[in-house]
Structure formats: C-alpha cells, structure tokens
Design a protein around this ligand. Structure first.
Ligand code: CP
Ligand code: NVA
Length: 307
C-alpha cells in the first residue's frame, strides 16, 4: 500500500465533505468486520505515539484498542512521565517523536500547541482534544447520527450549554456537512465564530432560550459545564449554567424522533437529567463505541488515503 502526502487532523475543517463521506462509509465497513471477528490489519508494524496532557477514558481506550486491532501498536506518554512536562520545546519533541513512529495523537490545552507540533512533525498528527476543538468526537457523533437516521445534511442539531471545544467543532461541522446548528449558551459563554474558524454565520443560529434552540431539532446535544482546564471556574459556572440542563421538556420541544448525544463523561443533574441520558432517545453508548470504529477509519486514511 502506498503512503500518501502528509496530512494532519487538527480540526474538523481539515477534511472536506467528500473526505467525510469516505470516512463514514469506511467506518461502517470496519465496524462490520470487527463485529464479525474478521481480521483487518492494514497498520501492521506501524506505531502511534499518544500524548496526553489531560485525563481520558474514551480517547485513550478507543485509539489504543483501535491501533492494536489494526495490527499496530502504541506508545503512551503523559506530561508527568516524559520530558514534555520538563519544558523540552514542543518543536524538539515533535522532531524526535515523529522520527520514531508513524502517527501521533495529542490531547493538550491550546490549539496552537498541537499546531506547532504538527508543523515540525514528519508524520500525521491527530487532535485528541484541545481547549478549542474535539474533531474525533464529532467524527464519531455524526457517524452515529448517520447509523440511526441517515444523512445529517439539512437536519437541525441543537447545542445546549458551554461554547466550548465541542461547540466549536459542531460549528465547523455544520458548515462543512451542510446542516443547521442551533446554539444556546449562557451569557459570557457564547461561541465565537473567529475561534471556531468558520467563514460565515449561515450554518448556525444563536438562541438565548435553550428551549427555543431545541424546538424542531433532529438531534439535541450537550457537554459538561466545566471542561478540563477550567476547574477554577466551576462554582461560577454552576450558577450561570443552571438553566442549561437538557431535560424531558427540552426533548419534547425537539422532533418526536430526535436523538440525544453527549460526548461523556456526563454529570446527571447538571448538564443533563438522568431521564434523558438514560432514556430511549439517548444514543450515548453507541456514540462512545463509535469512537473506536471512526478513528480506525481515520488512522488508516491518514496513512494510506482512500483504500
Ligand atoms: N469523550 C471523550 O473524549 O472522553 P475522554 O475524555 O474519556 O477521552
Ligand atoms: N468539553 C470537555 C470534553 C471532554 C471529553 C472537556 O474539554 O473537558
């Protein structure tokens, strides 16, 4: 198999609608093979370095298990047990690590950090979450939507809560995949088109009232009130976000067949009520599982292109 020109996945907008169509189809195929216990090992003898500067359950397990299933292996690094935590320049780390492995996945704070790493990397770099973006999650989320309801094009997605990394990524996705995003955040926690890096405001609409954002939605989604790295703001956020809790009234305002998603970890009684996340419209467990299948398609794609 021929290697393709170097490409990174640092934000959702790094790929086109056409790339996503391929990735969703490929993820479905890879998932089917996995369920049938069929061997699928195009990444035999390949290694991925996984760098975590923040905690993780899903991202670590899905990338690590996924890489093994594809025939490869991983090296797991954290800030505390590598020179990354002792101020070795990110550029030097990128030059060194990328001479030894075939792929790098990074979960860190500022997006600029992963960009600097990518600039000096010889191999594809994957964003495993930054303060600004979480593209692998939305890749899995939209794959999950398609599995349950078909194409997301022209549909309405309601985002209720913080204007955070997930919200920014949904904004990018709405522009690329041509669906409508309704965003409702408390004052002071709005999404910023410039941070999200989208060209126009055509694909999204801002609502003060989360109930109105949910009205007629095909998918309602939310996330924690306090993201990793913002723990000092926890108390202030709890007060500000009190009315941004997805409950059964919000789900009733959405379409009768609307789905509920949450990237997890969740806090029942804060951003979502148990009746919703554990209710019949919730697809959060499929969403989590699909991280595995979608990212296996992603890793293959970055190394070999369209197979
Ligand atoms: N959704 C998600 O990225 O979860 P982790 O923080 O557990 O990786
Ligand atoms: N917005 C959350 C997502 C966790 C997967 C955070 O950044 O902590």
């Amino acid at each position: 198999t021929a290697l393709v020109p170097l490409r990174h996945y640092l934000q959702f907008s790094d790929f086109s609608a056409d790339d996503y169509a391929y990735l969703f189809a490929r993820a479905a195929l890879i998932k089917k093979k996995f369920k049938a216990y069929e061997k699928h090992q195009p990444l035999a003898d390949r290694t991925m370095a996984m760098i975590f500067e923040k905690a993780s359950t899903r991202t670590r397990v899905s990338f690590e298990a996924g890489m093994y299933q594809l025939g490869g292996s991983v090296v797991h690094l954290t800030t505390g047990d590598s020179q990354l935590g002792r101020a070795e320049p990110i550029e030097d780390s990128a030059k060194v690590i990328s001479r030894m492995v075939d792929l790098v996945m990074i979960r860190t704070y500022e997006q600029t950090k992963i960009e600097r790493f990518a600039e000096h990397s010889r191999v594809p770099v994957i964003n495993g979450l930054t303060n600004e973006f979480h593209p692998c999650q939305i890749l899995a989320d939209i794959f999950t939507y398609i599995e349950h309801r078909g194409s997301i094009k022209g549909k309405t997605v309601a985002w209720v809560g913080d204007g955070n990394n997930m919200a920014n990524t949904w904004l990018q996705a709405s522009e690329i995949l041509d669906f409508k995003l309704h965003v409702s955040t408390p004052g002071g926690y709005e999404v910023d088109q410039a941070v999200a890096g989208i060209r126009s405001s055509e694909s999204y609409k801002v609502f003060k009232d989360p109930m109105l954002a949910c009205a007629g939605a095909d998918l309602v989604t939310t996330d924690v009130w306090t993201s990793m790295g913002y723990e000092a703001e926890n108390e202030a956020r709890k007060k500000a976000f009190a009315d941004w809790c997805v409950d059964s009234d919000m789900m009733k305002a959405a379409k009768p067949d609307a789905l509920f998603m949450h990237c997890l970890p969740a806090h029942r009684g804060e951003e979502v009520q148990a009746e919703v996340i554990d209710g019949p419209q919730s697809v959060v467990w499929d969403e989590a599982e699909n991280r595995l299948h979608a990212q296996k398609a992603l890793m293959e794609f970055l190394l070999f292109g369209r197979l």
